[in-house]
Design a protein around this ligand. Sequence first.
Ligand SMILES: Nc1ncnc2c1ncn2[C@@H]1O[C@H](COP(=O)(O)OP(=O)(O)OP(=O)(O)O)[C@@H](O)[C@H]1O
Ligand SMILES: O=C(O)c1ccc[n+]([C@@H]2O[C@H](COP(=O)([O-])O)[C@@H](O)[C@H]2O)c1
Length: 189
Amino acid sequence: MKRVGILGGTFNPPHLGHLWIAEEVRIAMELEEIWFIPTYTPPHKDESKIDASDRLNMLDLAIRDNEYFKLNTIELERKGKSYTLQTIKELKMKYSDHEFCFIIGADMVEYLPNWYKIDELMELIRFIGVKRFGYKLETSYPIITVDIPMVDISSSMIRERIFNERSVKYMLPDPVYRYIREYKLYENR
Ligand SMILES: Nc1ncnc2c1ncn2[C@@H]1O[C@H](COP(=O)(O)OP(=O)(O)OP(=O)(O)O)[C@@H](O)[C@H]1O
Ligand SMILES: O=C(O)c1ccc[n+]([C@@H]2O[C@H](COP(=O)([O-])O)[C@@H](O)[C@H]2O)c1
């Protein structure tokens, strides 16, 4: 069985927090690959989204230099709203020789009771939770936690800082930073 960790996200934009948790969980859990799966429309967010193609391009730039990191576009191709349950069912069917786990930050751990058919999902895949500033890494669900230093970066913080003309230069990989500058992303709401 090939051991694969999934990091699903909006990646609007991808930042060092994403890469940090992916790499640390990969090492701690002895995973062979991390698959980054960008959502088309996230199940629980209502903010207007930047173009999926921009998010995809930025994610590609962000993970390019790590040989263990791969991009999977299953949810972008499906379009519309994707629930993780559906994505995991499809991946398990297609890659029957892979063992998947799903990496989430503490904000998503707190939100777990609201996930679509969470009890069924818990039966299908192991969740790996990591700490995040402002959230508790506590849940009654049987998740595994990996203790790694917290990096207090979020996509919303980056969007907010760019809008307010503050620097984000060292919060994301340089190619992503340059992409945002070139296409003037997040400068207007
Ligand atoms: N700095 C971080 N530390 C730990 N987990 C994180 C961090 N940033 C993102 N994550 C986790 O990565 C996954 C994808 O996150 P997402 O793409 O929504 O980024 P975000 O920074 O949470 O975005 P936003 O600020 O727009 O909500 C989620 O499970 C989230 O909890
Ligand atoms: O399936 C659900 O109900 C569900 C609810 C909340 C979040 N998720 C998934 O969790 C991942 C992180 O979500 P987000 O919104 O923080 O980018 C992403 O892959 C979402 O599809 C999934």
